[in-house]
Ligand binder design. Structure first.
Ligand code: LRH
Length: 482
């Protein structure tokens, strides 16, 4: 077997990671080689600092090259969905990309729904209607008078193209744009027409596990990186995280727990009937011809935004300390609606939470940093209750008898939340990998390098799952929440 190393890049809204997989006496060993913070900033709208991200990733590759003297066989990139980079004919970025939380899509959503109804969008795509979706953002660009004909690439695919890969849109990521036809690997002509968007500017859709080229440019001159293949894994980080769960059987659900909590299960066919639509469930592309049937629930965004606010006021709380402090408090008297649209916005989260309490006639919590544990307790209890409600609906719509729940992603480390979730759902909670997107990313690479597999087939999915199992075992066995 080829003993060269592999590199997985995972772009997160809060941190970006570059990891290396090496073979030590035949067994896979994964090392997090470079991690750097990420956050949108106000600069003519809420935007990502693309130069900073690019420099951090290049640095990650350089560090990998200096460790992996055996050489690097392939590099794959996954990341958060929906955001995109507009590029010129030379492939260079024309501007820093917008962050999906920028409020320009509020008007864009209203205006687009006058051209094509939400019902029709839902029917055509099977996707959860969220104004963060690429469709609404592209439409906002056209309302702002951006010239037609500029090509765009979602962020992970842009990074691959910047390193020399073909300009593509990977299927799992493409589905989250709200521009593809339900369960089809092509764009919806009808939606492009209705939104008056240029279909020719949209990249070609390719399945997860596609080799899109070879590393080029200055990094390719580093001897370890010479000839490294560039692979589009499941470019959507959530699809990668789910591919990183090596579970079999039909009785399990997942929560991919980070900034967002993606709560759902894998299904073979889309569920786009009236009931699933009424609950605004999504049918996103998954690895191995499956579908991520889930809902976006708010996540660590709530607590991180609070922590940021208190830090701005001079008190540094870590999430870890807040978890420990919250655990000691009694259950709050009333819970939050964690998915109220206002709580998805940036800025002064304690005040936003109190504004919601006021609407329900509840007394405000003291917003000061000294009362942080009470906010943390409220947030964690409310998230667990919301997970339980959504999982009931997952079971209903999918027809599955759920018994097990795999929690993956960074926030799976929050054992207090895992325990509350177990109590609220009655499911047996298993903690998967906190780096599940990286596991899924590597697993897709390995399955494709493994042989000539049809990346669209279920068999391919089984190979990915087998590799994910080996990697999770290598990273420390999945353990129950108790
Ligand atoms: C998680 C995630 C999620 C999307 C959101 C934009 O990182 O990709 O699946 O809904 O970010």
């Amino acid at each position: 077997m080829d003993q060269r190393a592999l590199i997985a890049v995972d772009l997160g809204a809060e941190s970006c990671r570059v990891s290396l997989l090496q073979w030590i006496t035949g067994a896979p060993v994964v090392t997090l080689v470079h991690r750097f913070a990420n956050a949108p900033r106000e600069s003519d709208g809420l935007r990502w600092d693309l130069g900073m991200i690019e420099a951090g990733l290049d640095e990650g590759l350089r560090r990998c090259a200096s460790i992996a003297t055996e050489g690097v066989r392939s590099i794959a990139v996954d990341g958060w969905a929906v955001d995109y980079v507009r590029i010129g004919v030379d492939g260079r970025a024309l501007a820093d990309p917008f962050c999906y939380r920028d409020e320009r899509t509020v008007e864009a959503e209203r205006s687009l729904h006058r051209k094509i109804s939400p019902e029709q969008l839902r029917e055509l795509t099977g996707i959860q209607l969220l104004r963060i979706n690429t469709l609404y953002q592209l439409f906002a660009d056209s309302l702002a008078g951006l010239p037609e004909g500029e090509q765009w690439l979602n962020l992970p695919e842009y990074i691959l193209s910047r390193w020399g890969g073909a300009r593509v849109s990977e299927y799992t990521n493409a589905t989250h744009t709200q521009l593809t036809e339900i369960y089809r690997q092509h764009w919806s002509r009808e939606i492009f027409q209705a939104a008056q968007l240029d279909l020719a500017s949209a990249p070609k859709i390719v399945p997860p596990g596609t080799v899109v080229g070879r590393l080029q440019g200055p990094l390719a001159e580093l001897s370890a990186l010479r000839d490294a293949a560039l692979i589009a894994p499941a470019c959507h980080d959530t699809a990668s995280a789910i591919a990183g769960i090596p579970a079999t059987g039909n009785d399990w659900a997942y929560i991919s727990s980070g900034t967002w909590s993606l709560v759902g299960t894998l299904v073979e066919q889309p569920h786009n009937g009236e009931a699933a639509r009424a609950d605004n469930f999504t049918n996103l592309g998954a690895v191995g011809d499956q579908i991520c049937f889930h809902k976006n629930v708010n996540g660590m965004w709530l607590i991180r935004q609070c922590v940021e606010q208190w830090a701005a006021e001079g008190t540094e709380w870590t999430v870890q300390d807040l978890v420990a402090a919250a655990e000691k408090l009694p259950k709050p008297d009333a819970l939050l609606d964690v998915d109220e649209p206002d709580l998805l916005l940036q800025g002064h989260m304690p005040r936003r939470i109190n504004a919601q309490r006021a609407k329900h006639g509840l007394a405000p919590l003291d917003e000061g940093a000294a009362n942080a544990p009470a906010f943390a307790s409220l947030i964690f209890h409310s998230l667990a209750a919301r997970y339980a409600r959504v999982l009931d609906r997952v079971a209903l719509h999918s027809g599955k008898r759920l018994k097990r729940l795999f929690v993956v992603g960074g926030a799976s480390r929050n054992e207090f939340l895992n325990r509350l979730t177990q109590e609220a759902t009655g499911l047996e909670v298993f903690r998967g990998s906190p780096e599940s997107s990286t596991v899924g990313n590597f697993a897709v690479q390995l399955a494709v390098l493994d042989g000539n597999r049809d990346v669209n087939s279920g068999v391919y999915g089984e190979h990915v799952s087998r590799w994910a199992g080996l990697l999770v075992a290598a990273l420390g066995r999945a353990s129950t929440a108790r």
